[in-house]
Design a protein around this ligand. Structure first.
Ligand code: GUN
Length: 292
């Protein structure tokens, strides 16, 4: 029997845990965690993401602020803003919403963030610490996937995990984390140049689809009884919705689900977890848990 992993339920449980911890901190006279989101330009998707993050901060009792800048901001002006946030003791953590306009180097911006406040976990220092198994801020999507595996008590030790996609924010970190002690997977990363990708994916006990191609993973690519985690979330045209589009994952859910022991739906699987992971990282920042 296939179990559908309910990311909304897990996110609600973890949200309540974070809110309780914040209430306790405040009751002890400590300041509530404070998160700032820097938003450049007016990309619709970025506006929505940042709006959701701000709303969630309110729900768990964090202080938060969105700092908006026009897309005409220069790279130096943005770097100056980051320097101010790095120095501001009232700010526990901050994120710079990506993508940034083309005239600004995302790499330079990320490297300018104080790693102690890098709650997105994108700074190379946090990447290095994560790979070395040191305390680190782990990017939201891989962290959310780990929380789902833990919540559903899914066995990972000795399992073959096939990750499809090698992005810096999902594929590479989740592959690395699942190979570490405690998770103990044997991991394969597949990408656009992989020979016989379907054949490799078929050997996966756990399949993590993070390539950003709607409905790429089909039933013939998945072993009977596999755990399938779908990270994709793409708008595709639809004749059945008023808006004219629907959200599709990287997995053809209807035909793949019956073969799986566990599968995440889209929406309602990995998505709701990512924002919770950002809240958790911000709480850890406020408690100086990662960097003492
Ligand atoms: N753009 C899409 N996802 C993210 C994210 O997790 N963090 C930031 N900063 N930008 C994003």
């Amino acid at each position: 029997m296939t179990k559908i992993i309910d990311g909304k339920e897990v996110a609600a449980v973890m949200r309540a845990e974070i809110a309780a911890e914040v209430a306790q901190m405040v009751a002890e006279g400590k300041r509530a965690p404070y998160l700032v989101a820097v938003l450049v330009g007016n990309d619709g998707a970025s506006e929505a993401y940042v709006g959701n993050k701000e709303k969630m901060c309110g729900e768990v009792g964090f202080g938060s602020q969105v700092r908006r800048f026009p897309d005409t901001i220069t790279e130096q002006e943005l770097l100056d803003e980051i320097a101010r946030l790095n120095a501001d003791e009232a700010v526990d953590g901050f994120i710079v919403q990506l993508p940034l306009p083309k005239h600004i180097s995302e790499d330079r911006v990320i490297e300018a963030i104080d790693p102690r406040k890098d709650v997105d976990g994108f700074h190379p220092e946090n990447t290095g610490r994560m790979i070395g198994g040191l305390p680190a801020y782990i990017p939201a999507t891989p962290d959310g996937i780990l929380s789902l595996l833990k919540y559903y008590d899914i066995e990972t030790s000795g399992k073959h995990c096939v990750v499809i996609g090698r992005s810096n924010i999902v594929g590479r970190p989740i592959a690395n984390l699942l190979s570490q002690k405690g998770w103990d997977c044997t991991v394969t990363i597949c990408h656009s140049r992989t020979h016989d990708l379907a054949g490799v994916v078929r050997t996966g006990d756990i399949v993590i689809a993070a390539l950003g191609k709607p409905e790429f993973v089909t039933a013939d690519m998945v072993k009977e009884g596999a755990v399938v985690i779908d990270v994709g979330i793409t708008r595709v045209p639809s004749a059945e919705t008023k808006s004219g589009w629907r959200l599709a994952g990287d997995v053809k859910f209807g035909e793949v689900a019956p073969r799986c022991s566990y599968i995440t739906p889209v929406p309602g699987g990995v998505g709701p977890m990512t924002i919770i992971s950002l809240m958790r990282n911000t709480l850890r920042a406020a408690k100086r848990e990662v960097y003492k």
